[in-house]
Design a protein around this ligand. Structure first.
Ligand SMILES: Nc1ccn([C@@H]2O[C@H](COP(=O)(O)O)[C@@H](O)[C@H]2O)c(=O)n1
Ligand code: CDI
Length: 164
């Protein structure tokens, strides 16, 4: 059997005043940030759900409950490293990851390369296998009204060893 799996992730966080905007582990200068129990890095959350989904391991809410004080304010890149430990323990590595951030503002293009760098480090893969894109939603919907930011991610996993 071909040892390839794919997984899909999607997440949304509300934009509020008094919070930092963290996306792909990058602090993006902006007048508002995303609300959440962790640093609310919506891109990393979508990626983690894609990784977990590929192996039918549930979702991040199950692995990192939002009523656990130890996750309050935690960097989502740290959570991603935990998820990667789980993926590797099952005998898989990441083949590639593609993603899109839906945000009306701010302009994210200047920060995309740093996000790809951070993600490639956390996922232990080459940057050429890590894609991050940004789009507005043409002022439509909750993203267009700047009420929140959404992200979607897809990953492929490759089986590298048999796990007993
Ligand atoms: N928050 C965002 C949204 C989009 N971009 C970049 O702008 C380009 C045009 O966006 P569309 O919504 O018209 O597709 C696109 O190529 C994005 O790279 C951005 O930097 N930040
Ligand atoms: C990441 C976790 C970790 O506590 O907190 P939040 O930042 O609130 O993120 P969410 O996407 O709502 O769900 C997962 C949470 O458990």
């Amino acid at each position: 059997m071909l040892g390839i799996k794919v997984g899909l992730g999607y997440d949304v966080h509300a934009l509020v005043e008094g919070r930092q905007l963290i996306l792909g582990g990058v602090e993006v200068p902006y007048e508002r940030g995303l609300l959440g129990h962790s640093d609310a890095d919506v891109l990393v959350h979508a990626i983690m759900d894609a990784l977990l989904g590929a192996l039918a391991l549930g979702d991040i809410g199950g692995h990192f409950p939002d009523n656990d004080p130890s996750y309050r304010g935690i960097s989502s890149l740290t959570l991603l490293e935990h998820v990667m430990g789980l993926i590797k323990s099952k005998g898989y590595i990441v083949g590639n990851m593609d993603s899109v951030i839906m945000a009306e503002r701010p302009k994210l293009a200047p920060f995309i390369e740093k996000m790809r760098y951070n993600l490639s480090r956390a996922m232990d893969i080459q940057e050429s296998c890590v894609s991050v894109k940004a789009t507005t939603t043409e002022r439509l919907g909750f993203v267009g009204r700047e009420e929140g930011i959404a992200a979607q991610a897809i990953v492929s996993l490759i089986k590298v060893e048999e796990v007993k």
